[in-house]
Design a protein around this ligand. Structure first.
Ligand SMILES: [Zn+2]
Length: 245
């Protein structure tokens, strides 16, 4: 597929990304804070959420809140936790991922980390284990992202899921199967090989089946909910699962 400019779809998306980066630089250069400039660029009705360590702030657009479960009359408790709750838990965890752990609450950098030396050592070891479970996981046959690039998003996902599982445990008659189906429908997606290689291979977010399946198989509660056994496609032994936050 090509466009009037002669670019194919991947080229057009790349051009649009470059253009939005220029717009962002322009807004920040004219005095808008980075957070506000990003929110301005996305616009209130686009769905997005992000954490900025320099301001220790979670930013979430109205579009994301609306899409992820503002209308409680149409959403089950499970859906709200799996969609909106998961995103909020993910963004909070960014404050304590490999990058966030070096920023204090006022946004100042602490090269040694904001937790004790012993905790930093344990934290570092757990991040290495987290990278290992994402290592060589293929989004498409023969195509795997580098977990050294995706590690902060991987860890934010495990934190977001753990947060919501704790809240789910406090509910009576919580439908865990529905909850995990809603998590999966929010994270899973499909893509062509060309678009993945040109636009997503080096993205900091793990993509599609990897983002969804690695996260869920790592959860003991997910394993128990579906009663997976050794040999099942989504089985993961408890001794290879990691819990950071
Ligand atoms: Zn994130």
């Amino acid at each position: 597929m090509s466009t009037p400019s002669g670019l194919d779809l991947a080229g057009t998306i790349g051009g649009a990304n470059a253009s939005s980066q220029k717009g962002l630089i322009h807004l920040v250069g004219n005095g808008l804070s980075f957070d506000k400039a990003l929110l301005f660029m996305y616009g209130p009705f686009l769905s997005n959420a992000f954490y900025t360590p320099k301001t220790n702030a979670i930013n979430i657009t109205f579009g994301a809140i609306f899409l992820l479960g503002l209308d409680r009359s149409k959403c089950s408790e499970e859906t709200v936790l799996a969609k909106l709750g998961f995103v909020l838990g993910h963004e909070v965890t960014h404050g304590f991922d490999k990058q966030g752990v070096h920023f204090d609450k006022t946004g100042n950098i602490n090269v040694d980390g904001i937790i004790s030396t012993e905790d930093m050592k344990n934290f570092s070891d757990l991040n290495i284990k987290a990278e290992a479970i994402y290592q060589d996981q293929e989004v498409l046959p023969g195509l795997a992202q580098d977990p050294e690039i995706t590690i902060t998003e991987d860890v934010a996902d495990t934190g977001g899921l753990a947060f919501m599982e704790e809240l789910g445990k406090e509910k009576t008659d919580f439908d865990w199967k529905l909850f995990y189906h809603e998590i999966a429908s929010g994270l899973g997606s499909k893509i062509t090989r060309n678009l993945f290689v040109t636009g997503q291979l080096n993205n900091v977010h793990p993509f599609g089946r990897v983002r969804c399946n690695v996260l869920l198989t790592n959860s003991p509660l997910f394993q128990d909910t579906f009663n997976f056994k050794e040999g099942d496609g989504m089985y993961q032994s408890k001794d290879s699962q990691i819990e950071i936050w």
